[in-house]
Design a protein. Structure first.
Length: 110
Protein backbone atom coordinates (compact mmCIF):
# COMPACT_ATOMS: atom_id res chain seq x y z
CA UNK A 1 0.00 0.00 0.00
CA UNK A 2 1.17 3.48 -0.77
CA UNK A 3 0.01 6.80 0.65
CA UNK A 4 -0.84 9.44 -1.97
CA UNK A 5 -2.59 12.79 -1.97
CA UNK A 6 -6.06 12.80 -3.47
CA UNK A 7 -7.53 15.66 -5.51
CA UNK A 8 -8.31 17.58 -2.27
CA UNK A 9 -4.74 17.25 -1.02
CA UNK A 10 -5.59 14.69 1.68
CA UNK A 11 -3.41 11.63 2.19
CA UNK A 12 -5.21 8.40 1.29
CA UNK A 13 -4.14 4.78 1.07
CA UNK A 14 -3.71 3.64 -2.50
CA UNK A 15 -3.73 -0.09 -2.99
CA UNK A 16 -1.28 -1.91 -5.21
CA UNK A 17 -1.48 -5.28 -6.97
CA UNK A 18 -0.15 -7.24 -3.97
CA UNK A 19 -2.79 -5.60 -1.74
CA UNK A 20 -5.55 -6.56 -4.15
CA UNK A 21 -4.40 -10.17 -4.17
CA UNK A 22 -4.11 -10.25 -0.37
CA UNK A 23 -7.65 -8.90 0.06
CA UNK A 24 -9.37 -10.89 -2.69
CA UNK A 25 -11.47 -12.86 -0.19
CA UNK A 26 -12.63 -9.65 1.53
CA UNK A 27 -13.78 -8.24 -1.81
CA UNK A 28 -15.64 -11.48 -2.57
CA UNK A 29 -17.33 -11.36 0.85
CA UNK A 30 -18.30 -7.72 0.27
CA UNK A 31 -19.87 -8.72 -3.06
CA UNK A 32 -22.00 -11.34 -1.30
CA UNK A 33 -22.98 -8.91 1.44
CA UNK A 34 -24.02 -6.30 -1.13
CA UNK A 35 -26.06 -8.81 -3.13
CA UNK A 36 -27.77 -10.13 0.02
CA UNK A 37 -28.59 -6.57 1.08
CA UNK A 38 -30.17 -5.92 -2.32
CA UNK A 39 -32.21 -9.13 -2.06
CA UNK A 40 -33.41 -8.15 1.44
CA UNK A 41 -34.47 -4.76 0.06
CA UNK A 42 -36.88 -6.49 -2.33
CA UNK A 43 -34.77 -6.99 -5.49
CA UNK A 44 -36.04 -3.75 -6.97
CA UNK A 45 -34.49 -2.31 -10.10
CA UNK A 46 -34.98 1.37 -9.29
CA UNK A 47 -33.15 4.30 -10.83
CA UNK A 48 -31.32 5.06 -14.03
CA UNK A 49 -29.71 2.22 -15.95
CA UNK A 50 -25.99 2.72 -15.29
CA UNK A 51 -22.95 0.73 -16.29
CA UNK A 52 -19.75 0.48 -14.29
CA UNK A 53 -21.33 0.72 -10.83
CA UNK A 54 -19.30 -0.72 -8.02
CA UNK A 55 -17.18 -0.35 -4.93
CA UNK A 56 -13.93 1.39 -5.75
CA UNK A 57 -10.58 2.01 -4.11
CA UNK A 58 -7.62 4.27 -4.78
CA UNK A 59 -5.13 2.25 -6.83
CA UNK A 60 -1.54 2.78 -7.97
CA UNK A 61 -0.50 0.38 -10.71
CA UNK A 62 3.00 -0.96 -11.18
CA UNK A 63 5.27 1.76 -12.49
CA UNK A 64 2.62 4.47 -12.10
CA UNK A 65 3.15 7.70 -10.21
CA UNK A 66 -0.45 8.78 -9.86
CA UNK A 67 -3.44 6.98 -8.45
CA UNK A 68 -6.61 6.04 -10.25
CA UNK A 69 -9.92 4.65 -9.05
CA UNK A 70 -10.36 0.90 -9.46
CA UNK A 71 -13.55 -1.11 -9.08
CA UNK A 72 -12.90 -4.06 -6.77
CA UNK A 73 -16.53 -5.13 -6.28
CA UNK A 74 -18.61 -4.70 -9.44
CA UNK A 75 -22.38 -4.40 -9.30
CA UNK A 76 -23.61 -6.74 -12.01
CA UNK A 77 -26.83 -7.88 -10.35
CA UNK A 78 -28.97 -4.76 -10.89
CA UNK A 79 -29.11 -2.02 -13.54
CA UNK A 80 -30.71 0.75 -11.48
CA UNK A 81 -28.30 3.08 -9.73
CA UNK A 82 -30.73 3.93 -6.90
CA UNK A 83 -31.23 0.24 -6.05
CA UNK A 84 -27.45 -0.30 -6.06
CA UNK A 85 -26.68 2.81 -4.00
CA UNK A 86 -29.28 2.08 -1.33
CA UNK A 87 -28.10 -1.50 -0.80
CA UNK A 88 -24.29 -0.97 -0.79
CA UNK A 89 -23.90 0.39 2.77
CA UNK A 90 -23.47 -2.98 4.58
CA UNK A 91 -20.73 -4.00 2.12
CA UNK A 92 -18.89 -0.69 2.58
CA UNK A 93 -19.13 -1.03 6.36
CA UNK A 94 -17.78 -4.58 6.16
CA UNK A 95 -14.78 -3.40 4.17
CA UNK A 96 -14.21 -0.46 6.54
CA UNK A 97 -14.32 -2.80 9.55
CA UNK A 98 -11.64 -4.88 7.84
CA UNK A 99 -9.36 -1.90 7.20
CA UNK A 100 -10.23 -1.30 3.54
CA UNK A 101 -10.85 2.30 2.46
CA UNK A 102 -13.48 2.13 -0.27
CA UNK A 103 -16.37 4.11 -1.72
CA UNK A 104 -19.39 3.57 -3.95
CA UNK A 105 -19.13 4.63 -7.61
CA UNK A 106 -22.41 5.25 -9.43
CA UNK A 107 -21.07 4.46 -12.89
CA UNK A 108 -22.31 6.13 -16.05
CA UNK A 109 -25.72 6.40 -17.64
CA UNK A 110 -26.36 3.73 -20.23
Amino acid sequence: MKQVKNWAGNLVNAYQDDDLAANKSLFAAAASIWYDSWVRSGVGDVGTCCGGKGIQIYYVGKGCRKYSQKIVVPCSFVQGNVAAATSVKPALEFLKNNGIEASYYDGWMD
